[in-house]
Design a protein around this ligand. Sequence first.
Ligand SMILES: [Fe+2]
Length: 226
Amino acid sequence: MDSPQVSIAADQALPLFADGLRNVHALDKNCREMLERQVERLEDYPQVEARLREHLRDKAAQLQRIEGILQDLGESPSGQNEAAALGGHLSTMTNAPATDGILKDSCAAYAMANLEIATYESLLVLGEAAGKVDAIRALQTSLSEERAMANWLAEHMRETTVMFLKTKSEKARRPATERRKDVLELGERMQPGRTASCAGLTRASTWRRSTGRFAETHGWPGQARP
Ligand SMILES: [Fe+2]
């Protein structure tokens, strides 16, 4: 990192550094939540799943680093703040079930990694201004992990999209009953418990429609046909 010309006393920079650490801690947690949801629906994309699981391990280490630095400063992580809210927005972007979920997930993961890169870059300057050399070394490791993640996603975006098209075309050739099962399974993964009840309601309304039609044509069971 180039040494910036810092014109602020270390004791003035320290609370700004602590705020920055809390900020990135919240952001890392947003990222972890997002990744945890994403890896659950990547069975068709084992390469992406493996890489995101690896990044989840990075994430655990990054959170530990931040918590350690905050502890050394006599500080603790706090609740959400502005940057974390932005990270939270990115994280929820991938909540809704979508037929092109893998593409949205990859873009959101890429955007999240870049948001983290910018946040870590800024944090390094704050740490330097506060004179926290050891902390800077640890944060550089986290920054490198984020850069590696962002690069990997960018380098594999085309390949992932080709895989998405292949999977889509293979699934389109499968019988309708199997495709319906896929949709229900996807819904169940996205919102456990709700899909089963939706499927139940769908079956009930189909039954009502069919019995209604039966009643219109034939009368209700036990009734004389019109
Ligand atoms: Fe990340």
